[in-house]
Design a protein around this ligand. Structure first.
Ligand SMILES: Cc1cc2nc3c(=O)[nH]c(=O)nc-3n(C[C@H](O)[C@H](O)[C@H](O)COP(=O)(O)OP(=O)(O)OC[C@H]3O[C@@H](n4cnc5c(N)ncnc54)[C@H](O)[C@@H]3O)c2cc1C
Ligand SMILES: *[C@@H]1O[C@H](CO)[C@@H](O)[C@H](O)[C@H]1NC(C)=O
Ligand SMILES: *[C@@H]1O[C@H](CO)[C@@H](O)[C@H](O)[C@H]1NC(C)=O
Ligand SMILES: *[C@@H]1O[C@H](CO)[C@@H](O)[C@H](O)[C@H]1NC(C)=O
Ligand SMILES: *[C@@H]1O[C@H](CO)[C@@H](O)[C@H](O)[C@H]1NC(C)=O
Ligand SMILES: *[C@@H]1O[C@H](CO)[C@@H](O)[C@H](O)[C@H]1NC(C)=O
Ligand SMILES: *[C@@H]1O[C@H](CO)[C@@H](O)[C@H](O)[C@H]1NC(C)=O
Ligand SMILES: *[C@@H]1O[C@H](CO)[C@@H](O)[C@H](O)[C@H]1NC(C)=O
Ligand SMILES: *[C@@H]1O[C@H](CO)[C@@H](O)[C@H](O)[C@H]1NC(C)=O
Ligand SMILES: *[C@@H]1O[C@H](CO)[C@@H](O)[C@H](O)[C@H]1NC(C)=O
Ligand SMILES: *[C@@H]1O[C@H](CO)[C@@H](O)[C@H](O)[C@H]1NC(C)=O
Ligand SMILES: *[C@@H]1O[C@H](CO)[C@@H](O)[C@H](O)[C@H]1NC(C)=O
Length: 540
């Protein structure tokens, strides 16, 4: 991997000669498309031509839709790209970057398409999608405890492939098997091994990217600044991620999972209060999140026909008896018993977390369309101080109030921090949310109606709830997790990136690491080719 350019350079050169003759700027959509097709030498390279989908192509819609995971952005009003380039060869990725750049066209890079705001496939300017989903090879090296995994592979494919080679290895990344490696790792990426091993981005050893000039780099040739930035700073402001070399982590041959629920009437408030003190401080091998769901019951005592349910969903590196000896000591109120424990291999636990029924064969992890898209809006917050019981009761009341007002689902997940997250310095990689966090909140509303009024109402209610949560969460800045993309916290228009606007969202996503990100950006992409609605502008 010391000279990654050498293998592809001859093909790249042929393409490049064509690029040189074509540097005129596009001034209308159709000339933009013609120019870029001409630039790409469309028609004369059959492999490339098969990788380009124009709106007139019968497959255009299905390729576009295949990776749209939020139905809010599947409607006819959402602006469409003028072309989708879904390359299978590295020199075609280079060609797409060079041709888009030379023709003044913006690109949106898409791997798994799970961006909550659809920023990998929608924009208000003329743009093309660079779809990386054909780059999906996974090469596991158990002996060296590493793997190379391409951007378009999914977490599920990675988990399956690790599990196929070893029951003692894992990768500390997210829950949903269809999430793409490209976006997930560059935004941080966490799951239930976070307290033990940190984020996915903390476990990256090397990378192959295509930069704004169309050049290929690995870690050694890009330098440590860019390598720092793309681990937590998001890839799309800096380069096209082609593949990551990751560090595999060790897990026990048997892990234990559980999911126990309590309503308010069953003492949920006391349990959640205590959970805040336990979950971030307990044995790092135990990851216990809480899912809070308002629900309708018929015998509720505090809120009429509604209550709130707290589900404690746990993952433990070890067997049931060890887990119980830990929880009996630190959290006896949970009354966890042997019956609650489910022992399994790590790879099977990824299915449990993705809500598959027990016993589902692990090869469903290979199904990229398994996650059913829905209409949703999610937001996030960081909590730095244990919330009092009084505070919790107020939050429950507000939740029940919001749930009464919306037709869809509404819930929160509280994800404990601590452990390894306290040990890694905030400047280690671009992801800054480390020590001092008790937990991360994810708020979620989802619904089934394809109706802009419903959408407007539900999102409005979620925003109202978020506003009311301000007293309990981080401030100055109110921190936000990049992978839980949220345009409410600030954005730029699609056609320009002002520093003033970028600072607003940038501080929330990256805290003071934002400044270094703008400097790295100035080094690697001074003319700001890689821009989008929440990108990082270059500043010297
Ligand atoms: C159901 C669901 C569950 C989730 N669970 C978790 C979880 O447990 N933990 C967690 O941390 N996150 C989770 N997420 C969030 C997820 O990590 C982010 O949405 C992530 O960015 C998705 O990556 P993607 O490649 O699928 O997305 P995309 O939409 O393809 O991309 C997301 C962003 O990354 C950029 N990008 C994508 N590919 C590349 C590339 N090759 N080079 C450069 N830039 C690129 C895009 O332009 C965009 O800005 C979840 C999301 C969903 C929808
Ligand atoms: C495009 O503009 C519309 C209308 O102003 C806005 O609602 C939408 O969020 C914009 N899209 C993006 C990706 O910024
Ligand atoms: C494994 O690591 C060793 C030592 O670092 C190295 O020499 C070897 O090439 C690696 N194997 C592979 C397949 O990369
Ligand atoms: C590994 O994968 C191969 C091919 O998909 C499959 O036949 C085999 O059963 C798997 N082995 C394990 C241990 O999962
Ligand atoms: C309400 O009913 C459910 C079952 O229908 C029961 O589990 C629960 O304990 C009851 N709660 C109260 C407060 O009676
Ligand atoms: C719950 O109570 C509210 C008002 O107290 C009422 O409007 C609503 O219809 C009830 N819902 C159910 C399912 O009983
Ligand atoms: C845990 O249980 C709750 C309540 O039944 C359910 O909503 C949730 O999906 C479960 N979570 C997992 C990971 O099984
Ligand atoms: C993947 O899952 C979807 C949804 O459950 C299903 O329709 C499809 O047939 C599955 N594909 C494969 C190859 O199993
Ligand atoms: C939104 O957040 C909820 C709660 O954390 C999570 O379970 C769900 O997967 C998220 N929704 C999407 C579409 O990612
Ligand atoms: C949405 O609301 C507007 C104004 O309140 C109304 O005119 C319109 O009919 C509604 N649309 C739908 C689909 O209900
Ligand atoms: C971006 O678009 C807006 C509205 O269409 C326009 O006023 C502005 O001048 C444009 N900015 C650039 C840099 O083209
Ligand atoms: C990264 O961000 C943290 C938290 O805001 C800050 O303490 C640190 O100085 C920043 N590092 C760099 C290199 O900018």
């Amino acid at each position: 991997m010391s000279d990654p350019n050498s293998a592809i350079f001859p093909r790249f050169l042929t393409l490049f000669i064509t690029f040189l003759s074509l540097s005129c700027r596009a001034n209308s959509q159709s000339s933009a498309v013609n120019n870029i097709l001409h630039c790409l030498n469309y028609g004369s390279d059959p492999i490339l031509s098969r990788s380009i989908y124009l709106p007139s192509d019968p497959h255009f819609q299905s390729v576009l839709r295949a990776r749209i995971k939020n139905l809010r952005f599947l409607n006819p009003e959402t602006p469409k790209p003028v072309a989708i380039v879904a390359p299978t060869l590295l020199n075609h990725v280079q060609g797409a970057v060079i041709c888009a750049r030379d023709n003044g066209l913006q690109i949106r890079i898409r791997s798994g398409g799970h961006d909550y705001e659809g920023l990998s496939y929608r924009s208000n300017v003329t743009f093309i999608i660079l779809d990386m989903s054909n780059f999906r090879s996974i090469d596991i090296d158990i002996k060296n405890e590493t793997a190379w995994v391409e951007a378009g592979a999914t977490l599920g494919e990675l988990y399956y492939n690790i599990g196929n080679k070893s029951n003692m290895h894992a990768f500390p990344s997210g829950i949903c098997p269809t999430v793409g490696i490209g976006g997930h790792l560059s935004g941080g990426g966490y799951g239930n091994l976070m307290r033990k091993y940190g984020l996915a981005a903390d476990n990256i050893l090397d990378v192959i990217v295509v930069d704004a000039l169309g050049n290929i780099h690995d870690r050694a040739s890009m330098g440590e600044d860019l390598f720092w930035a793309i681990r937590g700073g998001g890839g799309a402001s800096f380069a096209v991620i082609v593949s990551w070399k990751i560090n595999l982590v060790r897990v026990t041959e048997t892990v234990t999972v559980f999911n126990v629920s309590f309503t308010l009437e069953q003492g949920a408030t006391d349990l959640v209060y205590k959970w805040q003190k336990i979950a971030p401080n307990i044995n790092e091998g135990l990851y216990m999140k809480v899912r809070l769901t308002p629900l309708i019951i018929h015998n509720g005592t505090r809120h009429g026909n509604m209550t709130l349910m707290a589900s404690f969903v746990g993952f433990f590196l070890g067997r049931c008896d060890e887990l119980l000896s830990t929880t009996d000591k630190s959290f006896p109120e949970l009354r966890l018993t042997k019956d609650d424990c489910k022992e399994m291999r790590w790879v099977e636990s990824t299915l449990f977390y993705a809500n598959f029924p027990l016993g589902t064969p692990v090869d469903v992890l290979l199904n990229r369309t398994r996650w059913t898209p829905m209409f949703f809006k999610n937001k996030s917050d960081y909590v730095k101080k244990v919330i009092t019981k009084h505070g919790l009761n107020k939050i429950w009341e507000m939740m029940i109030d919001v749930r009464r007002s919306i037709g869809g689902k509404f819930y929160m997940e509280w994800n404990p921090y601590g452990g390894k997250m306290n040990e890694i310095p905030e400047s280690n990689i671009a992801f800054p949310h480390r020590k001092g966090n008790v937990f991360l909140i994810q708020y979620a509303v989802s619904w089934h109606e394809d109706d802009s009024n419903v959408s407007f109402h539900n999102i409005g209610e979620l925003r109202r709830f978020y506003a009311a949560m301000a007293p309990y969460v981080s401030k100055n800045p109110r921190e936000t997790f990049l992978n839980y993309r949220d345009l409410d916290i600030g954005q730029n228009p699609s056609n320009e990136t002002s520093l003033r606007a970028a600072k607003v969202y940038g501080r929330k996503y990256f805290k003071d690491n934002f400044t270094r990100l703008t400097k790295v950006k100035a080094m690697v992409d001074p003319s700001d080719f890689f821009k989008y609605e929440q990108s990082i502008p270059p500043i010297n």
